[in-house]
Design a protein around this ligand. Structure first.
Ligand SMILES: [Fe+2]
Length: 180
């Protein structure tokens, strides 16, 4: 039987109350959803508009399911998702994920030193999860398309963007820009 967006959202509703274990479930279910040809064809086909589209927002917990379709390749700065989490799943092409480690003491609110810890590639139907406070950056080529679930609307929660060269950090709602 095919796995649908509606079934995925229903499963997410159950998983979001289960902490990190629930995020692992969301990651696995996202990989299942992204293996469905019908889902990919409907939301990530050649005619999909280049924009970020919220497919679902949960009234109760506030989690969101969004499609990301881009016409050009992009690279984001290292950033976190504030006190919430994110699961990214590849639909078309690939995304290179870099996980960053913070190496300073965190006492200065405007300064931060970060260094890359590991990099891995999400190919189609692969998903990666980022816990609250995790720092990552993403890089993808033209034509890449992915699905993302966030624990909240990232336009409304404070997140942080890091500049590894300048050793600075900026905090604010939506600071990470279009790609985050
Ligand atoms: Fe992100």
């Amino acid at each position: 039987m095919s796995y649908t967006l509606e079934a995925f959202c229903e499963d997410c509703r159950n998983s979001v109350t289960a902490g990190e274990e629930g995020r692992v479930e969301i990651q696995a279910n996202m990989e299942k959803l992204l293996s469905e040809e019908a889902f990919i064809a409907e939301h990530f086909g050649p005619g999909a508009e280049a924009k970020i589209t919220p497919l679902y927002t949960d009234d109760e917990s506030g989690f969101q399911v969004l499609t990301h379709v881009y016409s050009e390749g992009k690279e984001s700065p290292p950033h976190d998702h504030g006190d919430t989490w994110a699961v990214y799943g590849q639909a078309v092409a690939h995304t290179d994920m870099t996980v960053w480690r913070r190496t300073d003491d965190g006492f200065d609110e405007t300064r931060a030193e970060v260094e890359p810890e590991k990099t891995y590639r999400l190919d189609p139907a692969m998903a990666g999860k980022f816990e609250p406070g995790d720092i990552h950056s993403i890089k993808f080529p033209a034509g890449a398309r992915f699905l993302r679930v966030t624990g909240a609307d990232l336009n409304k929660v404070p997140t942080r963007r890091f500049d590894p060269k300048a050793s600075t950090v900026v905090e604010g709602a939506g600071v990470s820009g279009v790609v985050r």
